[in-house]
Design a protein around this ligand. Structure first.
Ligand code: F6R
Length: 588
């Protein structure tokens, strides 16, 4: 949800800002802009569209500047609404939402001030100008105290042309020192070359006067610990692949292998093992793809450990007055660790007495500051907006947790997770075959995904992937629910993707396949049961290797991710940057 960047140092700022924005573009890409301090003011370049639209901006001269790539919340994507926003002596970029911007704007307009954009962010520049009495940090603190909502802010003042000011609340902000200057950014890869990195916490401020970094909290100046440095592999590169999404699908086997945890082998997990022994009840909170991994985890945990699990979309959990009984463990699952609803749900669960374990792919993300314990998926940076390898990694970690919980509850035989990376390798190597199936979806009005139990989780995720990057209407259903309404939508040629990876449920799922066939629908069966692949009612089939059935979504989702990818390409879309979406949903 918007990427921000800032640089101050000895070298030209514009090329550094543009490079950082390119690396942050996955956070939003409907408009972009930079502002650079120049003689007596700022040179600003803003454009609707992607960072590449900022033609010529690299030539702007000056050694201090800020930049922004936007995912619109208030006001349509346009040059006028693009950041940076300026008023009086101030120019700024903002990531987040100012919830009380309307009364603040009225207050400023009451003083006769004019607004240019429809954004919530512009009001911050007006408040800075109002509160500045020669001490920019004091003005920033006074302004921040008036703001409700979330912000990561990078601010420049005309009176101090080489100084960057920053503030953070509920939106990530990293400060870095490189060889040739100081940086601010929403995310680490944007400033990966820095030899020294710091993560601002909520309520903290930073001042970067070109040579040193100063941090401030409520009480005054503070010292901060440096973060772990990034390795080269953390810097997003597509390499030989046409898209990040394709590259990330090829990284699934490694993501699974790195995210399988043996809780018994590792001393660090002994504290979590104690929590597991005391767990009577589990609540999983998450959004989107991460919510789907929670559904697969529910089936695995309940079957293996016999502990009841409730999975709730985080935006519902946070507003529904949830019951948190003694012995409740909450798993907050978030690839980015920054999703606003998941953070709020985790905070609420903690307030109500639950033990909270965060499951995230991003070290130092906001959720790691809330949870009692953190388990990291080790999928590596995920850049494509559509989650792929992070989903498989979440499943690997959650299945490991299911096994650990089963052992903690005294179950003696538990299935092995070890074969999963090699099986995933086999499936990924065949995924290109989905290119032949994608054309079948092109003329469809809508596409349905069905399955039961663990297969239902794969159906939900397959459907989400397809809609988000191909823009085809699609639904995922429990196979048994089809005849309770949705069957009315099946007619000649309607594509239905049926997932069947569980022998015990095969006849039941096949009944739904027969019902679809009888209405002229075309069934594409994703299965590990060859006897069903050959049935006349099956229009096309995708044969997968066998694995422990409860864990099977980790494999069956791979051809579905590939199907979405090739359908998106066939429809002329950019699978890495689907319209209206952004990678990290830091606003409600
Ligand atoms: C879909 C997708 C989103 C995210 C959701 C939660 O491909 O990526 O549905 O899964 O926005 O994001 P995280 O996991 O970062 O909390």
């Amino acid at each position: 949800m918007c990427g921000i960047i800032g640089y101050t140092g000895k070298e030209q700022a514009a090329p550094k800002l543009l490079l950082g924005l390119k690396r942050l573009e996955y956070r939003g890409y409907d408009s972009a802009g930079i502002a650079v301090s120049s003689e007596g003011g700022f040179s600003v370049c803003k454009k609707k569209g992607r960072v590449s639209e900022l033609n010529g901006a690299e030539k702007i001269k000056g050694v201090c500047g800020v930049g922004h790539t936007r995912w619109a919340t208030h006001g349509a994507p346009s040059e006028r609404n693009a950041h940076p926003h300026a008023f009086g002596r101030f120019v700024l970029v903002h990531n987040g939402i100012i919830e009380n911007y309307l009364p603040l704007k009225e207050e400023c307009e009451g003083r006769g001030e004019k607004f240019i954009s429809e954004t919530d962010s512009e009001v911050i520049a007006h408040l800075l100008e109002y509160y500045d009495r020669g001490d920019v940090l004091a003005a920033l603190k006074e302004t921040a105290a008036r703001l409700e909502g979330s912000y990561a802010l990078a601010v420049m003042c005309r009176d101090e042309p080489n100084v960057l000011y920053a503030a953070r609340r509920k939106s990530p902000l990293i400060v870095g020192r490189g060889k040739e200057g100081l940086y601010l950014a929403s995310d680490v890869p944007a400033i990966a070359e820095c030899g020294e990195l710091y993560s601002l916490c909520d309520g903290e401020f930073a001042v970067l006067p070109g040579d040193k970094i100063r941090f401030y909290g409520e009480e005054g100046e503070i010292k901060k610990e440096t973060m772990k440095l990034v390795s080269k592999s953390d810097i997003p590169e597509k390499g030989e692949y046409a898209h990040f999404m394709l590259k990330e699908m090829h990284e699934i086997p490694a993501a699974i292998a790195n995210s399988l945890i043996n809780f018994e082998d590792d001393f660090c997990f002994s504290a979590i093992n104690i929590v597991l022994c005391q767990t009577e009840y589990i609540q999983i909170v998450a959004c989107g793809t991460a919510y789907h991994s929670g559904i697969a985890a529910k089936y695995a945990i309940e079957a293996l450990a016999r502990v009841p699990v409730e999975v709730t979309v985080a935006s519902e959990y946070r507003y529904r007055d949830p019951i948190v009984k003694k012995g409740t463990l909450v798993l907050a699952v978030s690839q980015s660790g920054e999703t606003a609803d998941t953070l709020a749900a985790a905070e609420l669960a903690k307030e109500r007495g639950a033990t909270v374990i965060a499951i995230t792919n991003v070290p130092d993300s906001s959720i790691t500051q809330i949870a009692h314990f953190v388990l990291f998926t080790r999928a590596g940076r995920e850049i494509a907006v559509a989650a792929t390898k992070s989903f498989n990694a979440q499943l690997a970690l959650l299945f490991s947790l299911a096994v650990a919980l089963a052992k903690a509850k005294g179950r003696e035989t538990v299935p092995s997770l070890r074969p999963l990376p090699a099986l995933a390798e086999e499936v990924v190597s065949e995924a290109e075959k989905m290119k032949e199936i994608a054309p079948m979806l092109l003329g469809a009005k809508s596409v349905y995904f069905i399955g039961r139990g663990a297969d239902y989780c794969a159906a939900l995720e397959g459907s989400l992937k397809l809609k988000e990057i191909s823009y085809l209407p699609s639904e995922g259903y429990p196979a048994g629910e089809l005849k309770h309404g949705t069957l009315a939508l099946i007619d000649k040629g309607t594509p239905v993707i049926a997932i069947l990876m569980q022998e015990g449920l095969s006849e039941k799922t096949m009944n739904a396949v027969f019902e679809v066939y009888a209405r002229g629908g075309r069934v594409i069966l994703v299965t590990n049961l060859p006897e069903y692949a050959a049935r006349k009612e099956v229009y096309r089939s995708v044969l997968l290797p066998k694995c422990e059935e409860l864990f099977s979504p980790i494999l069956s989702v791979i051809p579905l991710q590939a199907l979405a990818y090739y359908t998106s390409l066939a429809r002329g879309n950019d699978p890495d940057k689907p319209r209206n979406l952004a990678k990290s949903v830091t606003v409600e």
